[in-house]
Write a protein that binds this ligand. Structure first.
Ligand code: AR6
Length: 175
């Protein structure tokens, strides 16, 4: 089942027609650059208005809003760790991002969710290491419940998508 429940997509996450896209936000939840900026631009100003009511979000946690002008019905905002060399709990915090985002999707009765490569841009988390965490968390989660049926990993660049495909294949070949 998990073999078909994860898929790598190369492209712009704001175009995804899913129940929720995940935003790689910062603790203010008030917008920024990268994928965060792209999501706010595509969703329109009402997204920021709703974000202002949330009082931010701690690193490793997640909060949900509407999707407004996006094709996605919801945005799940999570805050990845800034990479400081790996000795400051970065792995566990990134695990938290995936786990809490997936739990929110489950609690809201959502079936499809798309993740960007959280923390691997401005926050400099090493890509392969982040990707292994993403795939492992999604795989464990999908195997443990029936509500969330499909997880997309959306990579802006073809290089990043190739890394995700390789790691997804490795994970699947181990059953
Ligand atoms: N669709 C899919 N992926 C994208 C898109 C897009 N439209 N745009 C960028 N990416 P980053 P972070 C990729 O820096 O490292 C913001 O200012 C990008 O190529 O967006 O978690 C926030 O407000 C990279 O692979 O997120 C925070 O302050 C990945 O998304 C900070 O950046 C993540 O890069 C968060 O940094």
């Amino acid at each position: 089942m998990t073999q078909y429940a994860m898929e790598v997509v190369q492209g712009d996450i704001t175009k995804m027609q899913v129940d929720a896209i995940v935003n790689a936000a910062n603790t203010t939840l008030l917008g920024g650059g990268g994928v965060d900026g792209a999501i706010h631009r595509a969703a329109g100003p009402r997204l920021l208005e709703e974000c202002k009511t949330l009082n931010g979000c701690p690193t490793g946690q997640a909060k949900i809003t509407g999707g407004y002008n996006l094709p996605a019905r919801h945005v799940i905002h999570t805050v990845g760790p800034v990479w400081h060399g790996g000795g400051q709990g970065e792995d566990e915090l990134l695990v938290g991002c995936y786990r809490h985002s997936l739990r929110l999707a489950q609690e809201h009765g959502l079936e499809t969710i798309a993740f960007p490569s959280i923390s691997t841009g401005a926050y400099r988390f090493p890509l392969e290491r982040a990707c292994r965490i993403a795939v492992a968390e999604a795989r464990t989660f999908l195997a443990a419940q029936d509500q969330v049926k499909k997880v997309y990993f959306v990579c802006f660049s073809e290089d990043n998508a190739a890394v995700y495909r390789k790691i997804l294949q490795e994970a699947q070949s181990f059953g």
